[in-house]
Design a protein around this ligand. Sequence first.
Ligand code: FES
Length: 103
Amino acid sequence: MAFVRAAKTGAVPQGAIAEFEVSGKSVAVANVAGKFFAINSVCVHEGGPLGEGALNGTVVICPWHAWEYDVTTGKIVGSPDGAERIACYPVEIRGDDIYVDVG
Ligand code: FES
């Protein structure tokens, strides 16, 4: 697919994560020290909204049952075999807009 505008950079301050609708998908955009990352916002456990979770460094904590995801890779932190992950999307900053390619 292609990059689609998700939000203004100002909508996601440093250290924050927020949820946006991009091409019909729920996407969580995180701002880690000024760099933006995007993952699928729907927790693989029971569908909790990751974009409403707490961001701790590069890790977002699902607000429902506290599963943890690395927003830079989509990997589930502490996953037994390290293989389970959530979709992680490419991000581009154009001017003061955040663009995400959800594929
Ligand atoms: S729905 Fe995310 S941890 Fe349960």
